[in-house]
Write a protein that binds this ligand. Structure first.
Ligand SMILES: [Fe+2]
Length: 261
């Protein structure tokens, strides 16, 4: 477990994650004027893992490791999301992971291996902890209705009192007050939030205001890159439709379709 302190950020701050190898989305985000920090998963479903890593590095955007970076740095066999064998997520992730594995070079993997697991920062008088999925596990999916008490206890046992957690991984954004804490899931910039819209999401902290913002970008360009790379197992259509190809990982209340018994 490696924890870094990124110090204090002044002015509006963008917190984002889930770039998911979507360089078109990252280009749009980088063009925004605010300071930025990243919760990881620079690499995943889309076609340009190396170009995304290169832009994150050339822009010097502070980032922690997502499960995708941790797995690629270790030359692991899969993305480490913890999908159950044979689920749609498991089958579809195999293809993009193989693509990323083939495209990324040893130096880029080495950089991924240097990324911290957690980061602490202060902004507008609040002390925040950045984690990828959850304090208890990098790849835990946290939803807006998940009980958070145990997670906050894990965080504070490690880094001391915080005002909130900034996280990603699950791909659906929310801002939730939980006792005296705030939990922010930024959603992902590289894949829509399963809401029928192609624009994606990130969080913006401005003083005490925390908002989830939408990112419009050239999603057709990103989709065309996926098709050209043979990444046509389903997520390429998500970039256009805004709907995930599978609801395997979603709790019932976040599903568009009722669960079939
Ligand atoms: Fe993740």
């Amino acid at each position: 477990m490696r924890v870094v302190d990124w110090g204090e950020f002044a002015g509006p701050l963008i917190v984002f994650g889930g770039v998911h190898s979507n360089r078109h989305a990252l280009d749009a985000l980088v063009a925004l004027p605010e300071a930025k920090v990243c919760t990881g998963d620079i690499v995943a479903y889309c076609a340009q893992p190396a170009a995304c890593v290169d832009l994150m590095r050339s822009e010097n955007i502070p980032t922690i490791a997502g499960n995708c970076e941790s797995q690629l740095a270790e030359n692991a066999l899969d993305c480490g999301c913890g999908f159950e064998d044979g689920t749609a997520c498991d089958l579809m992730s195999a293809r993009w992971y193989a693509h990323a594995n083939a495209v990324l070079n040893a130096e880029q993997r080495g950089w991924m291996g240097t990324l911290p697991d957690w980061a602490v920062l202060t902004h507008a008088g609040r002390r925040w902890l950045l984690v990828h999925g959850a304090p208890s596990a990098q790849n835990r999916f946290i939803w807006s209705m998940t009980d958070l008490q145990g997670e906050i206890a894990v965080a504070e046992a490690q880094v001391g009192p915080v005002d909130g957690i900034l996280a990603g991984h699950s791909g659906i954004p929310f801002v939730r007050e939980y006792g005296r804490h705030i939990w922010v899931n930024t959603g992902a910039i590289g894949m829509p939030a399963h809401d029928g819209r192609p624009d994606t999401s990130y969080a913006r902290l401005d003083g005490q205001q925390i908002t989830i913002e939408r990112l419009s970008y050239d999603h057709e360009g990103a989709r065309a890159m996926m098709v050209a790379a043979g990444l046509v197992q389903g997520y390429h259509n998500t970039l256009r439709s805004g709907w995930w190809p599978s609801e395997d990982i979603l709790p019932d209340t976040l599903r568009a379709q009722p669960r079939v018994a």
